[in-house]
Design a protein around this ligand. Sequence first.
Ligand code: MLT
Length: 320
Amino acid sequence: MDIIVSENVTGSAMDELRERFDVVFEPDLWNDVPRLKSLLGDARAIIVRNQTQVTAELMAAAPKLEVIGRAGAGLDNIETDAASEAGVVVTYAPRENSISVAELTIGLMLCLARKIPAAHLDTSEGRWNRKAFTGIELFGKTLGVIGLGQIGTMVAERAKAFGMTIIVHDDYVAPDANHVKELDARLVSLDDLLCEADFVTTHVPLTDETREMFNKERFAMMKPSAMLINTSRGEVVDEEALLHALKNQQLAGAALDVRSVEPPGQSPLDKLDNVIFTPHIAAFTEEAQDRVVSTVCSDVTRVLEGREAENFFNFPLPRN
Ligand code: MLT
């Protein structure tokens, strides 16, 4: 066997991959670690989304592994140091999702501002409650963007079209960077961003620095009228602290596409009427998925055929 696909990665590029290689496709395999380990004994490649935890232990069970293909941008479910130590190439799709994530972020911001999900539910139950669903405009409001990579930039560009003022926090971007200037944005400290913004959106990877970045203290800094949108990683938000902030009017609303545990099961957040949930679908559009699957299948093919990967995190060819 050549390739294990341990999550739901489908599409025409995957069909082509199956024509060239011996592929085991088991979309729920991520949830059965003993079976995954036993199958990995023979595999040269594994293709995952974000649910398979590709740990050092898992890689130790995969002596023939040459490449890990991550069908998405985030690498927080892959122990990349262990992969590099084992000489295994890590490939991913760092840009292919960006437009879709940016569009969902704007969609969630509009849903929060205009209470669209609650208004839909109420109306579909036979009521006609116009006053109850009085919202606010985005025009003239300040959007705080945390993380000005490709997604953060695309969100800011789109928000500008709504007449929003953009402030940005990113430790890795210089104040005179071109994209900051083009957005007419102000680069500020995280504390200043939290104090000033009417909407806050986060586009950071999950790292030790960003884990629970939104905690009790940070929520206390935000305007009581502010709203948070998280389409990055659930663990960036301390959900207990979010619950406390929403219940105590420290924050007016939140839209969460990602959760600290996925799937989250029942949570006290479910009972609040100022929270909107979606099931980690920011990258799930037909267009983004075609691009993601095609990129990852192409790079896995290249590595297995002895050619350099194009979108690699560590190195383009296996080192074992
Ligand atoms: C990503 O990291 O690309 C997105 O969050 C989607 C995913 O995790 O599959």
